[in-house]
Design a protein around this ligand. Sequence first.
Ligand code: MN3
Length: 202
Amino acid sequence: MKHTLPELPYSYDALEPYIDSQTMTIHHTKHHAAYVNNLNAALEKYPEYQERTLKELLTSLDSLPQDVYWAVRNNAGGHYNHTMFWNTMGQSQGSEPEGVLRKKIEEAFGSFENFKDVFSKAAVSRFGSGWAWLVEDKDGKFQVVSTANQDNPLSDGFKPVLGLDVWEHAYYLKYNNRRPDYISGWWNVVDWQKVAKMYEES
Ligand code: MN3
């Protein structure tokens, strides 16, 4: 079973003006595609690992053959993270979490506004390349964490609920070095209905 690049669930210009079409095109067809190709290449000589899902790979990194450990960690993470990222965005400007998601966010952070603040700070202060995340811990409590490179919270025992890519490739063409502007724009394209659906299904 080879991993394949999923199609975007919307057009490349769908998230304009917050995320521009050129960035989306390069991000999906070059960056995400490279993670998929590199993952397949790393697993080529290990057929037994080709059958594992991304989640299975990312929750058992220590069991990987040593010579492909970093290739799988980085590229399975890259593939999983970007697939999730595309699927939590859309043209639903100003949507807000409802139901269980809202309740858990308010329990953990006091309010949705305060959650956004905590999350944005984690995203701004992630040094170098990485991601900011809303995660659920083993006790069912929500937390904000950030990871380096393409690491995924699954590998630390969390369930990822929402992730934001803060690699420069995600925003540099439009926002240059202004990561905080990219982050505040991104909130406009988070589709909380999709986030809730994914949360319920995972
Ligand atoms: Mn990226």
